[in-house]
Design a protein around this ligand. Sequence first.
Ligand SMILES: Nc1ncnc2c1ncn2[C@@H]1O[C@H](COP(=O)(O)OP(=O)(O)O)[C@@H](O)[C@H]1O
Ligand SMILES: [Mg+2]
Length: 475
Amino acid sequence: VTRRLLPTLPLRAWLIVAYSAVLLLPVLVLFASGALGRDLVRQTRWDLEHQSALLTMLVGAVAADGDLAAHERVLSRHLREAKHATLSGIRLVDADGIVVASSGDRRVLGEDLGGDPEVVAALAGAGGSVVRPRPRATNAPLDSRSRRATVRVFVASPVRVDGRIVGAIVLSRTPREEVQALYQMAPAGLWQGAVLAVLATVAFGWLSSAVLTRSLSAVDRAAQRVADGHFDGLADLQRPKRSHLREVGRAALSVETMAVRLRDRLAYISEFASNVSHEFKTPLATLKGTLELLADDPDMPPDQRTRFMTNASQSVDRLERLVTGLLSLARAEETPDESIVDLEALVAASAERHGATWRGPLAPVRGDRSQLDAVVSNLLENARVHGGRAWVEGFVDGGRTGFAVVDDGPGISPANLPQVFDRFFTTKRGQGSSGLGLALVRAIVFTHGGEVTVASRPGHTVFTVTLPAADRSTE
Ligand SMILES: Nc1ncnc2c1ncn2[C@@H]1O[C@H](COP(=O)(O)OP(=O)(O)O)[C@@H](O)[C@H]1O
Ligand SMILES: [Mg+2]
């Protein structure tokens, strides 16, 4: 069971969807790879590091005695002002990591930050920074720079007085949120640009679908006409066959090939049907006449009655032979069963059955043994019925092999020669011949990828069958 996951849409819709996806790709990559987010964090950290460089100098100047806690009021005021300018949260800790001044709530005074890695690093004399997840602030105002930021960046730097570390400045801020950053990054004409890009995408999709569907629809229309039995639809395929789209060109060519085959097949069937009805007409008429006569005259003399019955029985025999011949012919036109056939053994056996001699090399061929046997038998049978003494000459020529059936009979007249392979062509209809023998030979040889030719003059008639030799390496 195939489940249809995708809807059936016109090509136009698919193209527009695909083009739009491509349009959004750069933005998606920027977000999905996290590159933008990482860059925003990095920017924030730099920003905070620069601020802390200045603030440590300020704090060092205010608390020149090294006692930070003693200057809490002045320091907190400076930090509040700094926060106002930079939007960073600022805390000042003493050498033990205890908060001694803050840019915000005074309640944090006395809090111990001595365990935070960035503070530990700063009090050891290096700068430290840490990125921490941040609980979502869903009620933050829309224009807040940190509305949906998921992390907060912390940076700590040592405060030195006379070369001694007396505390550390801890700054923190959320980086800008990605969509916001993107929005702020864009030039003033972002919206006009986006609208233009979308319009251009739709226009491209529309245009390319128009080009595509025009040739596809032409193929479709032509195929429809052919399906309706109008073979003039083939002419409409010439344009799409030259399409610049290779697939469309190929589809047009395939439809044309299919249509030509169909047309040939239809012609073949109607010719075949008329041949068959023509052949069946005479024996059927004889049968019908006989039955009518017998019915009309119940007191017919026995010898006359016997004559009529013999006629009728011959007609039935003929019909039977025709039906058998037609069946073989139909089978011969199907793709044959493939196996390696020892042509030499086959010809030898057939020649012996028909009392003919054979010579020459014969290579194995690929095909249907009983059908190939029918070829040899029919040719030898014809030589016996229509010709004279017969023999077979085998040959191998490069990748091909075959045999010639030769007889020294009266030959075939130049007028008849082109017709001998036709269905129902026979010069011995009176003797009950069906005229299907050579048609069968031709059909079998043809489906085996070979060919059969005839040459004839009085006293020398040659039917030559050539077949592709079997490639044993493929066994
Ligand atoms: N070896 C031959 N010598 C002379 N005529 C031949 C030979 N083989 C075929 N023909 C001619 O070709 C015709 C068609 O042959 P075929 O298709 O086998 O039908 P059929 O044998 O039933 O007549 C024969 O009626 C005959 O006139
Ligand atoms: Mg024959």
